[in-house]
Design a protein around this ligand. Sequence first.
Ligand code: ADP
Ligand code: MG
Length: 269
Amino acid sequence: MSIASEHLNAALGRVAIAASSELAIETRDLKKEYVLKSETVRALRGVSVSVPVGDYVAIMGPSGSGKSTLLNLLGCLDQPTSGHLILGGEDVSKMSDDQLAEVRSKKIGFVFQSYNLIQQLTVVENIQVPLFYQGRLGPAETKHCKDLAAMVGLGDRLDHRPMQLSGGQQQRVAIARSLVNDPEFVLADEPTGNLDSRTTDEILALFDALNNSGRTIVLVTHEDEVAKRAKRIVRLKDGLLQSDVRNSEEGRLAAAEHQKQMIAAIKEE
Ligand code: ADP
Ligand code: MG
C-alpha cells in the first residue's frame, strides 16, 4: 500500500513538474520598491501571475500602476525587491546583473515604445546589435539578420537608416532585433503607442504570427483595440493585480476584423 502510494506520489510529482515546466513565466508575490531620497515608491506591491507557454497577454492599467515596472522585471532589465520570478522553470529573482543579462540574451526579446534603434546604423546592423554584444557575429549570423529583416517586410530596406524609415518600419526593425536570439518570449512596452491605426494593425499581425509560431507574448498597452487582440488581459492598479480575464477566440477575431474595416474606411476617405 505504502509502495503504491509512493509510486502515485512519484507519478504526481512528475506530472506537477511537467505542468510547471509548461509555464513560460511565473511571479509569486513579486514586489518592487524604488527608494528615493524623500520617499519609497511601492511600484509593485505583490503580484502573482502565471503565463503558460504560448500565451499572449496584454497588461493594462492606469498610468503609474506598475505596468512598465512589471514588464522590466519579466524582461530581466531590473531586479525585484522581494518575491519570486520564475522564467521557463528557472528562478531568476536573486540573480546578479551579469546572470540576468545572460538569461535576457538567451530567452527574452524586448520591444520598446520608442523603438530604441541606433541612428548611425542600418537596418541589418541594428538587428545585429545583440549578436555584436555577445561576440558572435559571422557570415551565418548576418544572413540570419537579413532573413529576419525580410520576415518583417524590410528585405528591400536593409541599408536604410532609422531616419529614412516610417515609425511602423522602425518598430518592425526593433521586433526583428528582438527575435535575433530566437527568444522563448517577447515582451513589448506600448509597442504601438506611437503608431497610427493602420501601422498598429501591421505590428499586431506580426505579433499574431509570432504567437502562432509558439512564442509567448506579453505586451503593455493602454489601447482597448490592441488588448482585445491578445488572448488574455491582466489589469494592474496601484501595483496590484486588479483582474485577469481571457478573451474569447471569437472576440479576438472580431477585434481584428473591426480594425481591418476601420482601416479600409479611413483609406476610402
Ligand atoms: P506604468 O508603466 O503603469 O505607467 P511604472 O511601472 O512606470 O507605471 O511606474 C510605477 C510607479 O513607480 C510610478 O509611481 C512611478 O513614478 C514609479 N517609478 C517607476 N520607475 C521608477 C524609477 N526608476 N525610480 C523611481 N520611481 C519609479
Ligand atoms: Mg509605462
